[in-house]
Write a protein that binds this ligand. Structure first.
Ligand code: HEC
Ligand code: HEC
Length: 226
């Protein structure tokens, strides 16, 4: 417990220092490493670690020098891996950020669970929150428009439709070329493995299996020409 507290204090110091001036190279990564160390000290660490996958890092954030990116690193890695703004559509982010801010203020519905983690967790000011929301909205996911792709109702589209709408809105196939999609789908397979372990869910009988080839074929059909 003492060690956990010490790490929380250290993390706090790192985050305060990081927030007060522009990130030097490597500083953002260090803040993330510090946060990870802190979860490892918490009995809830393994659960927190699985909330979001580690696939997304500060160096891959869009517009990394913007205030929003810096605030995301400062506040959003305190409990879990760095969220990718492209995960959700713009419309969803204000609500999600608000849900997280409530937690940072120590009032979340996981308050009991979070109590031992809360020493040193900082919440953004209203202005900082607005900046985070604007940043996540700006770089958000473009949702799939079923009017544009009426074949989404056909049998060969069902794997894509079911598998790729579990954690976020169904993405627009025009986002990437067929080749780029294959890499994204491979990463999503890893995300699925990682995030499923949060709840330790076993495949339910009768649940659709992941048909990667079918998914890639559907995406390729509508992908950006590369
Ligand atoms: C105080 C701890 C804490 C902080 C700090 C925190 N989160 Fe979370 N986050 C959680 C918990 C707990 C969950 C899992 C439960 C849930 O989804 O509400 C979660 C889940 C998520 C998810 C996955 C669920 C979904 O709706 O897709 C996203 C995305 C997310 N957080 C984004 C953020 C962002 C953006 C920030 C920074 C503004 C942030 N989090 C800061 C505790 C935190
Ligand atoms: C288990 C949850 C989960 C499932 C299921 C899932 N994703 Fe994701 N997706 C995420 C997370 C987490 C992120 C943000 C982190 C990242 O980009 O790896 C994300 C981000 C994305 C993004 C935006 C990032 C980018 O690179 O453009 C796209 C597009 C995407 N997913 C497509 C898909 C497709 C296609 C499928 C179906 C094969 C899928 N997702 C299934 C969790 C999931």
């Amino acid at each position: 417990m003492r060690r956990a507290l010490l790490h929380a204090v250290l993390l706090h110091a790192v985050l305060v220092a990081a927030g007060s001036h522009a990130f030097a190279a490597g500083e953002a990564e260090r803040a993330v490493d510090e946060a990870k160390r802190r979860w490892s000290e918490s009995p809830h660490g393994p659960m927190l670690e699985r909330i979001l996958p580690p696939s997304y890092s500060p160096s891959s954030l869009p517009d990394p020098d913007s205030a929003g990116a810096k605030l995301a690193i400062q506040y959003c890695v305190q409990c879990h891996n760095l969220p990718n703004p492209a995960m959700h559509q713009a419309q969803k982010w204000p609500g999600i950020v608000q849900r997280m801010v409530v937690r940072m203020q120590g009032k979340g519905n996981m308050g009991e669970l979070m109590k031992d983690m809360m020493a040193g967790v900082r919440a953004p000011t209203e202005a900082e929150k607005a900046s985070i929301v604007a940043y996540f909205e700006k770089h958000s996911q473009k949702p799939f428009d079923p009017k544009r792709y009426p074949d989404i109702h056909e049998p060969q589209a069902q794997s894509f439709k079911l598998a790729c709408s579990q954690c976020h809105v169904l993405p627009d196939p025009q986002r990437y070329t067929a080749r780029e999609w294959r890499a994204v789908v491979t990463r999503m397979e890893k995300n699925m493995e990682w995030m499923n372990r949060v709840v330790g869910s076993q495949p339910v009988r009768g649940e659709p299996q992941l048909r990667v080839e079918e998914i890639n074929a559907y995406l390729a059909k509508h992908a950006k020409r590369g």
